[in-house]
Structures are given as C-alpha cells and as structure tokens.
Design a binder for this molecule. Structure first.
Ligand code: UT7
Length: 324
C-alpha cells in the first residue's frame, strides 16, 4: 500500500558534554540550561567523526534491521547543514563508506526540517517506482558550526545521526501524508553563512561568519505556531483525528517549545517522545535519532499512527503522518 520504514538506526559520538562542562567556557549555569531548554547533556564529535561517518554508522544499523544490503539501495538522501565539505555531498561520502555501488546520492538542506523533507521526497520516488529501496539519513556535526563564545546558541546543539531504510510494502502500512512549508522572508532569525566568498563581487557585507546565528525568542514564537498549524492542516488533509495518534516524534529543539505545542494541541504528554535532555538539538538528525530510540524501545506497534513534526532555519517546517 505504501512507503514503509523497514529499519531504523542511529549513531551518536561517544563524548558526552555536560552543562557543567559548558559552565567552564561561557557565562551560563546548569540550572539556566535545564530550565530554559530541558537539555542536560549533548554528544560532541571529535577526530574521525565527520558528518558522513556518523551518517554511515547510523545507516549500517538501519540496513541491518531492515535486512537490506547496501548494494540493494537505489538512492541515498542525506539531510544536513554540516557536511565536512560543500562538494561532494555528504551523501556521496556515505555511498562510498557503505559501498552502496548502485545508489545515486545527494544532500538536501532544510535545516532542522531536513529529515521530514527528505522522507517526503523518498516517499514520492517509491510511489513512482515501488521497487526502489531508499536510505534517508539526518546527520549533523553542528559542533563544527557553533560559536563556542555565544552562550545563546552553544548550549543548544549536539552532534549525531539517524537513518531509515524505506521500501514499498503491501497492506495498510506506511507514510500517510505530509504537509511542508518554508518562509525565506524570515531567514535572518536563524542562519549560518558559509566561508567568505572567493568572488569580491559576491561578498556578503552582512556576513558575520560561518557560525549559527539565532534570535532565539523570535524563533521560539514562530516554531510553536508553525508546527501547530502544520499538524492541524495535515490531520485535516488526511482526515485523521488527533486522538488517533499513538506517538508524536517531534524535532527535539527545546523542551519548552514541545510542552507549549502539546498544550496548545491538547495532546497527552505521554504520547510525545522526548530525548532532548540527552542529545540537545541535533538539527536534521533529531527526528531519526528519536525514531530509532522509540522503535528499539517498542514504543510503536504495527498499525499505530505516528506523527513527526519539525521547525528550522529557512524558515522550514512541516509534519508527516506514518502508519507503523
Ligand atoms: O532547531 C530549531 C531552531 N531553534 C530553536 O528552536 C530555538 C528556539 N529558541 C529557544 O529555544 C529559546 O529562545 C532559547 C533557549 C534559545 C533562549 O531562551 P529564552 O527564554 O528565549 O531566553 P532569551 O534569549 O530571551 O534570554 C533571556 C536571558 C537574556 O538575559 P537578559 O537580557 O534578560 O539579561 C540572555 O542574555 O537569558 C540570557 N541567556 C543566558 N543566560 C545564561 C541567554 N543564554 C544564556 C545562557 N545562560 N546560556
């Protein structure tokens, strides 16, 4: 009937950085970080933890669960904003790392919404050709894009990767639908310039550098409203009742955003999967990491309706419904 998730996987770098560790480098406190964000620890990569390597480790686990070999994969899509190189894509490095010799591979940039965008794209490929097997990965090493002197942002982000293997299945399973949005007018509120231009004609005078820059309070306001609207529109589009949702796996941005969203929608808190306390905000990787954790904890049973939702730089946002 549809595009189903055949396997999930995640990989997190070993190094755990606590709020107490951050107290030593910026003017902050464990108490402030926990109350404002819900984050206690995050994983930060080191040598050998380039984004594609985290992505490939997560993909290997997803392939193993799906009992699909790398050679059977037709397409690899990596959602990322922190590849170690601009060209080639992170996805091409993942293809090489996995030995996925038949796959074509590319990245998409939709910041924290990258995974839901990529999932939608993969669903469309599989609808067009049910024989396709696709790897969708969200992977980030935002530690390489963080201004470690900026207490507004450096406490939020973490590194990691999550992956799913997608394929066509018969029966009443799979992606039900998605609703995706962007608004480039609001780019300034959350952005990251790349390195300086080599063409003096194209120098961006407003460029503050290669780090993430964020107006946190403004982003917060938009995030809650936008995700709420996307979810309501998606439920209406697919004629699914809010009560029918068994589990919500949101982008793990901040516990307060998630609590507010849940309160406005009237969803019971126990239906919402949260692991932001352990990994912080891992951008495009956060949903597939959470999905894998929920899956391995048997939080979803066959037939359960699962809701994914996200918000990120662009602005980009959206929601996806899946029948597990
Ligand atoms: O992934 C999707 C995109 N990103 C997000 O979803 C993030 C959305 N935004 C947020 O999560 C929140 O806005 C933050 C957690 C980033 C900040 O929380 P806030 O409650 O909005 O705080 P604020 O930025 O309004 O700052 C309040 C105060 C300020 O001090 P003053 O001006 O009131 O004296 C900040 O300078 O807290 C100060 N502050 C800090 N204090 C201690 C900011 N960062 C820190 C810090 N430690 N790390």
């Amino acid at each position: 009937m549809g595009t189903a998730i055949l396997g999930t996987g995640a990989y997190l770098p070993e190094r755990v950085v606590t709020n107490q560790d951050l107290e030593k480098i910026v003017d902050t406190s464990d108490e402030w970080i926990q109350t404002r964000t819900g984050i206690s620890t995050r994983r930060i990569g080191g040598q050998g933890d380039e984004t594609y390597r985290l992505a490939a480790r997560a993909a290997e686990k997803a392939l193993q669960m799906a009992e699909v070999s790398a050679y059977e994969i037709d397409l690899i899509i990596v959602a990322t904003i922190s590849s170690h190189m601009l060209m080639p894509s992170c996805a091409c490095f993942v293809q090489k790392e996995l030995g996925a010799g038949r796959a074509f591979a590319f990245d998409i940039n939709a910041a924290c919404s990258g995974f839901v965008y990529a999932l939608d794209l993969a669903d469309k490929y599989i609808q067009a050709d049910p024989n396709k097997k696709i790897l969708v990965i969200g992977a980030e090493t935002l530690s390489s894009r963080t201004n470690w002197d900026d207490r507004n942002t450096c406490i939020l982000f973490g590194d990691g990767a999550g992956a799913v293997v997608l394929g066509h299945v018969e029966g009443n399973r799979g992606v039900i639908g998605a609703k995706l949005f962007s608004d480039g007018n609001l780019w300034r509120l959350l952005h990251m310039h790349t390195a300086a231009s080599c063409n003096p004609e194209l120098v961006q005078s407003e460029s503050p550098g290669a780090h993430i820059v964020m107006e946190g309070r403004e982003v917060f306001k938009y995030a809650v409203k936008a995700m709420e609207e996307a979810i309501i529109l998606l439920l209406d589009q697919e004629q699914v009742a809010l009560d029918a949702i068994k589990l919500v796996i949101p982008h793990q941005a901040n516990i307060r955003i998630l609590n507010k969203l849940v309160e406005r929608l009237g969803i019971r808190a126990e239906k919402v999967f949260i692991n932001v306390q352990k990994y912080g905000n891992t951008s495009a990787a956060s949903i597939p990491i959470a999905l894998d954790e929920a899956n391995r904890d048997s939080r979803m049973q066959p037939g359960d309706i699962v809701l994914l939702c996200s918000f990120g730089g662009g602005f980009t946002w959206g929601a996806t419904l899946i029948r597990w």
